[in-house]
Design a protein around this ligand. Sequence first.
Ligand SMILES: NC(=O)C1=CN([C@@H]2O[C@H](COP(=O)(O)OP(=O)(O)OC[C@H]3O[C@@H](n4cnc5c(N)ncnc54)[C@H](OP(=O)(O)O)[C@@H]3O)[C@@H](O)[C@H]2O)C=CC1
Ligand SMILES: Nc1nc(=O)c2c([nH]1)NC[C@@H]1CN(c3ccc(C(=O)N[C@@H](CCC(=O)O)C(=O)O)cc3)C=[N+]21
Length: 297
Amino acid sequence: MSARRIDGKAAAAALRARVAGLAQSFAAATGRPAGLATVLVGEDPASQVYIRSKRAATAEAGMRSDHHPLDAGTSETELLALIERLNADPAVDGILVQLPLPAHMDAARVIATIDPDKDVDGFHVVNAGRLAVGDPAALVPCTPLGCLHLLKAELGDLSGLHAVVIGRSNIVGKPMAMLLLGESCTVTIAHSRTRDLPAICREADILVAAVGRPEMVKADWIKPGATVIDVGINRLPGAEPGKSRLVGDVAFAEAAEVAGAITPVPGGVGPMTIAMLLRNTLVAAHRRAGLPAPEGL
Ligand SMILES: NC(=O)C1=CN([C@@H]2O[C@H](COP(=O)(O)OP(=O)(O)OC[C@H]3O[C@@H](n4cnc5c(N)ncnc54)[C@H](OP(=O)(O)O)[C@@H]3O)[C@@H](O)[C@H]2O)C=CC1
Ligand SMILES: Nc1nc(=O)c2c([nH]1)NC[C@@H]1CN(c3ccc(C(=O)N[C@@H](CCC(=O)O)C(=O)O)cc3)C=[N+]21
């Protein structure tokens, strides 16, 4: 392997430590901890694992974590009523409704009900719009924010670099492209209808894969020396029965022979997502308390 391995776990731990320090100052200044409310509908095992790690990280950073588990049969009306209560609760700075939601719910309507200034996932159309127009009040989706943090730590100034983002979802691909545009990259967004994807990827100084296809990006898709960010989380059957293993959207071992730097899965973007959730919660708390934005995040 010739590429540098970008250690998302270490970067996330450093960011969480900074958040914890600032969370302490916030509590001292306001007399209350910053608070995140999590909502999980149903019992999807993967979602339960994610919620557990998000809550543990929140508590460890000295913030309040309130969890609202709802059973799978809960009506959308009941969920919307819970969100309205959380919107009105002054102890709640951030609201996270874990996705995916059960099929009988309209995720867009649910997200639209969250107060944009408590929308620490950054999924509300108001926050998507703020990001698109460069309004600093935007709460930005955690995963692309984490990717950008890793890219800046690796490369410094990104201006003029050609970034190719594979994937155009509202939660990863599109906001990632907006952030890179904001850093003055030349941005190409690729997706399932893109023609000759390998050739387009080979033009990239920065390649972000957010597709959900295990090990789709091969070594010969990568420009020598490029920085590769692998957002994919794909669970494949493991070596032993009943066990699973995680792989990204990039064929890591072969890609690492060509790239200049690359994130692993696990231990890359995933941990940064959680750290950025804490960051967004603290930023939302400062704003709601009328305090200036915390520095160094
Ligand atoms: N690490 C983390 O914290 C997070 C990881 N993830 C992971 O990131 C990945 C992407 O997530 P998400 O954006 O929600 O996924 P979506 O399924 O919403 O979007 C996938 C995107 O990939 C595109 N795509 C699918 N197949 C191909 C293909 N063969 N060639 C090119 N493009 C293709 C789709 O194109 P089209 O629009 O044309 O259908 C779509 O835009 C998943 O593996 C997910 O688990 C997600 C969130 C957080
Ligand atoms: N409202 C909402 N907000 C989200 O941010 C959200 C969501 N719903 N639904 C699901 C996706 C996925 N996601 C991840 C978070 C952490 C890791 C993570 O920590 N991954 C570890 C490995 C964890 C493991 O072993 O499973 C890693 O990559 O090293 C991965 C994925 C957040 N999501």
